[in-house]
Design a protein around this ligand. Structure first.
Ligand SMILES: *[C@@H]1O[C@H](CO)[C@@H](O)[C@H](O)[C@H]1NC(C)=O
Ligand SMILES: *[C@@H]1O[C@H](CO)[C@@H](O)[C@H](O)[C@H]1NC(C)=O
Ligand SMILES: *[C@@H]1O[C@H](CO)[C@@H](O)[C@H](O)[C@H]1NC(C)=O
Ligand SMILES: CC(=O)N[C@H]1CO[C@H](CO)[C@@H](O)[C@@H]1O
Length: 673
């Protein structure tokens, strides 16, 4: 056991209260003071319970709880159900299959429906048990996933911890003007009416996805979840309006539910300080300040530190079987950021992660990088000889810029779906298999039934509306005919077959204020319940016909964790970090943070057994005790520009001295276990 004893409440020395970063002049002092007051209240309530800080070089081997006087053990981790201590469930079964009675962690019971042989497992006195599996063709969590032999049939839990207008439209419709989580959080916080306030976001965490959803996913023949999370699950800085830290206990709860039903998780860091793509779902819509603009390097320092903290948590043996893949950044817009800048960052992060985890199968997660909207073949050779690097692609016809008016409503037989199924097969099948042969592990981290961009808050997300037909059919599924359903299903199944390993985007779309799902092409659950998603995803196999680009099932040893791990020397020389310049500006001039800050850690849950006794474990949230480099923090006296709005501002002086851009570099000591 490590870490505690020397921990202190984050409130004492966290940058939130001490940073000198200049506030945007466009935001009134009033709003700022209001937010600050709110932040302080939230911090005062939440931090003593949830978060602890490790001071640099002060790690020691005592238990977390004993060293954190302010902490409340049962509240520390969401995964430890508060009800399990208050309402002992000693009479409840700890495992079962189809038809068994499940006691959910809120104390309610329901009948498990799983016709594919899946077994759930949840023993309060053995909370890290990995015996569960979701179906007969998926190995239990206590076995290694075989990327060659096993197929990923996954769904995203989009819109849960990273909010998007089209996934939870009603939350946004309540606040006209809210276009992203930044503006939504700001408007909620300013709403002092009954039912207002930013706690609405926590209510959403509690209700949008429930244990029954996770059980239903496992019963649907699926075996993986892709879980988007925001950096503000760890912390936020300055006047960022996000709900800070609160999601973490619900994320832990989600991971624990996945463990219970045998689902593996690709954890995906979806938001990056400054925004990595300017999309709504990066936290802030509009512009990219990650590796771009005056604050591009400083924002990247924070990003590296968040990736490090998440890596430390999920690499622990308690979590590594549940989270075998870490998607380090969602959809970075490489076309704008630049190939050298982005690849240098990935190369640096690769070295950092493997410095933490060590090299070889079982040592931390696969590192997944998104293709940056570039053709997969451009990635061949990148991170050559690296240990377990995977490539994630998000193929969507919805955003291909075409009018996409070819009919999909073409009958219920072999003609179902018109040309759409074949388009999926032709566009994607060969490219994915070629990438498996030439790059390594490759999957579609997102795809959907959206062959057009119709849907409330979907339309025009790529810039201009593109679908050339009438969208009304595609924004309300209540009157879909058998032919429409058959067409959409044929397209879905061809997509699955073409992609091979896939995660549908997304499991659930919430109702709009009309009381219906207005983006039905994007909901797996709605399709399952209403007859346009396959009840057994294996039935998609072969829908594209005979393979024209077969993958022979052979990965290079280094691609799956045996051998290799030391990058080819060319990678470091081609992709240095820090890069020499950001879009032509010499990085030596750009402001940085200094590496003297405290290290935030993600707290581990605590569990109590059926009798209410705390279960001991070595899970303290931090895998590698040798990783104790300080975190980034503002340089005193530097007047930083707004890190989310610094594309076209003067470069400040006094912000470069002594800072280490490539922090926290590589950790030398070997993993502790
Ligand atoms: C792994 O899980 C399977 C399936 O539940 C179980 O039969 C087996 O005993 C477990 N193995 C270990 C080593 O715990
Ligand atoms: C959406 O509204 C329908 C009724 O129109 C209701 O049956 C359904 O449960 C609602 N879904 C959600 C996610 O609230
Ligand atoms: C990709 O390879 C797999 C495994 O050989 C095969 O089943 C599938 O049909 C291939 N896809 C294409 C489009 O060739
Ligand atoms: C509610 C909504 O969809 N807001 C914005 C999301 O982002 C796009 C641009 O990427 C804007 O056009 C939308 O207004």
């Amino acid at each position: 056991m490590l870490l505690a004893g020397k921990r202190e409440d984050i409130a004492e020395d966290h940058p939130v209260t001490t940073s000198p970063v200049q506030k945007s002049k466009r935001r009134g002092l009033f709003i700022f003071l209001g937010l600050l007051a709110l932040v302080i209240v939230v911090l005062a309530i939440v931090l003593p319970i949830i978060f602890v800080v490790v001071k640099p070089n002060h790690k020691s081997a005592t238990s977390q709880q004993s060293g954190s006087p302010g902490s409340n053990p049962t509240a520390t981790g969401g995964a430890a159900s508060p009800t399990s201590s208050s309402k002992p469930i000693s009479a409840a079964a700890i495992t079962g299959g189809d038809g068994s009675t499940v006691t959910a962690n809120d104390g309610s019971t329901f009948t498990y429906s799983n016709s594919f042989g899946g077994i759930w497992y949840s023993d309060p006195s053995d909370p890290y048990n990995n015996n569960a599996f979701p179906n007969s063709w998926t190995p239990p969590l206590n076995q290694t996933w075989d990327f060659a032999a096993n197929r990923i049939y996954g769904v995203n839990l989009g819109g849960w911890f990273v909010l998007e207008p089209f996934i939870t439209p009603a939350l946004y419709q309540k606040y006209p003007g809210a276009i992203d989580e930044w503006t939504l959080s700001t408007l909620m916080a300013a709403d002092t009416s009954a039912g207002g306030g930013i706690s609405q976001i926590e209510d959403h965490y509690k209700t949008f996805i429930t244990e029954q959803d996770i059980a239903q996913i496992a019963g649907a023949g699926l075996n993986w979840i892709r879980l988007p999370i925001p950096f503000w699950a760890i912390d936020k800085w300055n006047d960022e309006p996000f709900l800070e830290k609160v999601s973490w206990k619900y994320i832990l709860q989600a991971l624990q539910w996945c463990r219970k039903y045998g689902l593996r998780v690709k954890l995906d860091l979806h938001t990056i300080p400054g925004s990595q793509n300017a999309f709504n779902h990066s936290g802030k819509d509009g512009q990219i300040d990650f590796l771009m603009g005056v604050m591009g390097m400083a924002n990247a320092q924070r990003a590296i530190n968040y990736i490090r903290i998440i890596t430390e948590f999920i690499s622990q043996p308690e979590w590594s079987n549940v989270v075998p893949i870490f998607g380090i950044i969602n959809e970075a817009e490489i076309k704008l950021i630049g190939t050298t800048e982005m690849r240098g960052f990935y190369r640096e992060v690769y070295d950092m992660i493997r410095g933490i985890t060590g090299i070889g199968a079982g040592k931390g997660p696969y590192i997944s990088i998104h293709d940056g909207f570039q053709a997969l073949d451009q990635w061949v050779g990148f991170l050559q000889n690296g240990d377990r690097v995977a490539l994630d692609t998000h193929p969507y016809f919805a955003f291909d810029g075409q009018s996409n008016t070819a009919p999909i409503d073409t009958g219920t037989g072999a003609d179902a779906g018109g040309t759409w199924p074949q388009s999926a097969c032709n566009s994607w099948g060969g490219e994915l298999n070629t990438s498996r042969s030439n790059f390594g592990v490759t999957f579609a981290g997102e795809f959907s039934n959206g062959f057009n961009d119709c849907g409330l808050f979907v339309r025009g997300v790529g810039g201009q509306p593109v679908f050339g037909g009438d969208c009304s059919t595609w924004t309300d599924s209540t009157n879909w005919t058998p032919s429409i359903k058959a067409g959409v299903q044929a397209f879905a199944m061809a997509s699955m077959d073409a992609l091979g390993d896939w995660f549908f985007w997304t499991w659930k779309i919430g109702n709009s204020t009309k009381g219906i799902v207005e983006a039905p092409l994007w909901s797996y659950q709605l399709g399952l319940e209403n007859g346009w998603m396959p009840l057994d995803p294996r039935t998609a196999i072969g829908k594209c016909g005979a393979p024209d680009t077969p993958f022979d099932g052979t990965f290079q040893p280094w691609q799956t964790g045996s051998g290799g791990g030391t990058l080819a020397a060319s990678q470091t020389s081609l992709y240095p970090y820090p890069p020499t310049d950001l879009q032509g500006t010499d990085v030596a001039q750009l402001p940085l943070y200094t590496s003297t800050g405290s290290i935030a850690t993600l707290p581990a849950p605590t569990f109590t057994d059926a009798s209410g006794k705390m279960v001991s474990s070595s899970d303290d949230g931090w895998f590698n005790a040798g990783d104790n480099a300080p975190g980034p923090t503002p340089i005193p006296g530097c007047a930083y520009p707004d890190p989310w709005n610094a594309l076209d501002v003067p470069i400040p002086t006094g912000c470069t001295g002594g800072a280490d851009a490539a922090l926290p570099a590589v950790i030398t000591p070997p993993p502790r276990r």
